[in-house]
Structures are given as C-alpha cells and as structure tokens.
Write a protein that binds this ligand. Sequence first.
Ligand code: ADP
Length: 329
Amino acid sequence: MNIEGGIDSIMKRIGVLTSGGDSPGMNAAIRAVVRKAIYHGVEVYGIYQGYAGLISGDIRKMELGSVGDIIHRGGTILYTARCEEFKTLEGQKKGIEQLKKFGIEGLVVIGGDGSFAGAQKLTEHGFPTVGVPGTIDNDIPGTDFTIGFDTALNTVIDAIDKIRDTATSHDRTYVIEVMGRNAGDLALWSGLADGAETIVIPEADHDIDQIISRLQRGQERGKKHSIIVVAEGVGSGMDFGREISERTGAETRVTVLGHIQRGGSPTGFDRVLASRLGAKAVDLLLEGQAGVTVGIENNKLVHHDITEVLQRKHSIDLDMYRLSQELSI
Ligand code: ADP
C-alpha cells in the first residue's frame, strides 16, 4: 500500500544509478526516484559509481532523508564512473547477479546514450530498466531537453557575457569553444542567446571564407568586437582561432570553457525537469514497463523504446540555426 493508502506495486525494491558524464540536476532526479518509490511503498537502493558499482556491489539502501538537501546541488551524490567491463557480457551478468543478491527487481539509469546502451543490455537479459536522460549535451533522441542542458546553457551565457565586456574594451575577436560532444545544441542556444556573430556547429556546414567576410563587414561598419562560438564537435577552438587570426590579421583570443560547463547549481528548469522525469521513470517501472527511456516533448512527459532511441540520430533545430545567421548580419 502506498503512503496515502493507494494500490500496491508489483515491485518491492528498485535500484537507481547515475552513469557517464555528470550533469546538473542528476541529484534532483535521484531525489525524485527515491521519494516517488517510497511514496508507493517501494524500497530504493542506490548503486554508487555507475555500472562499476553495480559490478562490485557498491549498493546501499536509501531513505527519504538520504536525498534531503540535494535538489539544488550539482554533480551526483551517487557518483558516476565509466566502466569498460560493463560493455562485456560477463560484466553485465555480474551486474545482474548483484541486483538479484540485493533483491532489486527494477533499475533506473540516469545518464547519456552510453549509459542507455548499458540499460538496453540489462533489459535484453531480462532485467527491467528505465533510462532517464541526464547530460549537458542535449543529444538524446526522444526528449526535447536532457537534464543539465539548461544549467550548462546558462553557465555558458554567463561566461560569454563576461568575455563580451572585455571584447568590447579591447576591440578583439573572441573564439569560444563550448562542450556538447557531437551535438551543437549548447553552441547554438548560447550563441543565439548571446548574439554571437558566428556559430559553428557539427550539424551544419560552415564556410571559413563566409565567416571571414562576415567579420570584415562587421569591422567596416565599426563593430568593436566579434564573438564566434564553436562547438567542440567541430574541432579545436584553438585551431579555428589561429586560422581566423592568420587570415584577417585581427587580434584573436580563444577561450575553451571546459568543465565549468558541467558544474553548478541546477536551474529551476532543470530541477523541475529532473523531478518530473525521475518520478515518471518510477511510475513506468511500477506499471511493468521495461526497456524504455523517459523524455519531455512539447512539455508533455513521454516514453520511448530504448532501442529505437539508441538507433535514432540526434537532430538540431535548423530553423534556429538559420535565425541565428539572420540576426547576426
Ligand atoms: P554517457 O552515458 O554520458 O554517454 P559513456 O558513453 O561513457 O557516457 O557511457 C557510460 C557507461 O555506460 C560506460 O562506461 C559503460 O559502463 C556503459 N556502456 C556504454 N556503452 C555500453 C554498451 N554498448 N554496452 C554496455 N554498457 C555500455
């Protein structure tokens, strides 16, 4: 029976882990999983260090209080790790043995597409698993937003705002390399939000001659500075900056924002998203669903088959890319 006298769940005990790269809001998702499960009278076990802890049995019971005071904290209280052994059948079998040893009947995996590949394997071996998309890259199909993207976006915006002040004072061209792995979302959204002159993303071809003539047009009409946002998926910001500097003769500075983009207190948007997705994952497990990922599409909670999600290619909003070009003429 649930806390408020509702219907019994078929599962008595579930597990939760975070895996791959951390992202702000993962803690809010863990909290939602734990509280929603306990609300339904289901016990929750936290698995530490992702799949590495699953294999080694670093598994501990969580209570309501275990997730107190974490909703506003970046990182993940369960820690995360990358684990090559889990990519092997033997590693996966060891993980399932541990889950059985602890009497865990279903698992919530919070992470990116690598973590989802692990979750898919568990489901294939008959262990019910639900994936929650947590990554700053926003590169997971089946959801408009991943947990952590909005926070990272605001971190990048804050950094570019600061760089803009000094760019204006010194009359320079600034190249800023932002994270996102093979996805250009962080670069596109931050570039649009910051009025960057040029945004270079892996999903759209770029023409260096065009970029240079755009910079020169800006200089001619007296622009004090130029900001170019380059997604890491395109290549090195350093190389890009060197080429711009050589070809225009303009003083060019390169900033690689790096891991500051992964930390920090999650924004309100990410906390709410994480709370909704974490709770939805528990609902699905308790309804007997397995091998699915949760997401948000047009502000509605959705779920999709995990194999389909892994097969689909992430796409970017090319209308938004065109808009960024139109607005930065
Ligand atoms: P992310 O989840 O952020 O994309 P990774 O790609 O590093 O991060 O994946 C996290 C972990 O998920 C890996 O270290 C590994 O333990 C597990 N994993 C990744 N790919 C597979 C796979 N094909 N089969 C089983 N486990 C996998």
